[in-house]
Write a protein that binds this ligand. Structure first.
Ligand SMILES: Cc1cc2nc3c(=O)[nH]c(=O)nc-3n(C[C@H](O)[C@H](O)[C@H](O)COP(=O)(O)O)c2cc1C
Length: 245
């Protein structure tokens, strides 16, 4: 079976080190990914030091992988290097705006995902931490990110010490639209989401959270409007601070 069909997030790692030569090879090979204007609008900060991981942990809601993984990688949208290059070459950069942030964030996520694919091909295990954009100001402080550099993704990386069950996915027809967008009728929603709702682990999830539906677990507990709005404020402040707004 192809590696991609067996991939799952890995949150427990063995004590085996991830050697620097392997890490650098993977980071170098990932540079082959597509990038806007061939500018490579990203940087990555490698964290191996236990003290630094402990400093990063609060920004990731103390998820244990941050302290336990041998390597934590923070992938940053970076228009700084390109801007400094321009300024040093009699060119005037104009990248302190939201479009430039989106372009740099796109480059960064593509680079990050290429790294993930290559790392998993090597047998490494990893977990993507979306918390990176929840409290970016903390990460910016700890990693000393200057203006026009913004953390968009974190990966905890190590050799797997677990083999979790594969998680479910929606059927292809739920995500693919032929020629134009076909909106979702209640019938189609039922068809696409009922298998997920029927999974024992999801039923259990609903039960222990004392909710009526699985969707309520997401809207009322895991990703609430209140949290999303509060963290959006923090995100906007951080974008202003870093010069993208
Ligand atoms: C944007 C994004 C944010 C995520 N954030 C977290 C996180 O903060 N903590 C975590 O344990 N997993 C996180 N994950 C991993 C997902 O939980 C995981 O990919 C999903 O449940 C599917 O499981 P699988 O990767 O094992 O197939 C994140 C994944 C993505 C793409």
């Amino acid at each position: 079976m192809k590696t991609i069909n067996m991939r799952r997030s890995i949150r427990k790692y063995s004590s085996r080190e991830v050697g620097d030569p392997l890490l650098k090879t993977l980071l170098r090979d990932s540079e082959r990914t597509q990038t806007m204007g061939n500018l490579q609008l990203y940087s990555v900060v490698i964290t191996r030091d236990a003290g630094k991981k402990a400093e990063l942990a609060p920004a990731h809601f103390h998820q244990p992988m941050v302290g336990e993984a041998p390597v934590v990688l923070t992938f940053c949208a970076d228009f700084r290097r390109t801007s400094l290059w321009a300024e040093n070459r009699k060119a005037t950069p104009g990248y302190g705006n939201i479009l430039s942030f989106l372009n740099a964030a796109t480059d960064t996520l593509l680079y990050c995902q290429t790294f993930c694919n290559l790392a998993e091909e090597e047998g490494l295990g990893l977990c993507f931490l979306g918390t990176t954009v929840y409290m970016p100001k903390e990460i910016i402080r700890v990693l000393r990110l200057p203006k026009l550099v913004f953390p968009v993704a974190t990966i905890t990386l190590g050799w797997p010490d677990e083999l979790p069950e594969l998680s479910d996915r929606l059927p292809l027809e739920a995500i693919v639209h032929e020629e134009t967008y076909e909106d979702y009728t209640p019938d189609r929603i039922d068809r696409f989401y009922q298998p997920k709702e029927a999974l024992p682990e999801n039923k259990h999830f609903v039960e222990i959270n004392r909710k009526e539906t699985l969707a309520q677990v997401f809207t009322d507990i895991r990703y609430t409007r209140k949290d999303n709005e509060a963290m959006s404020e923090g995100l906007l402040e951080a974008l202003r601070q870093q010069g993208f707004l």
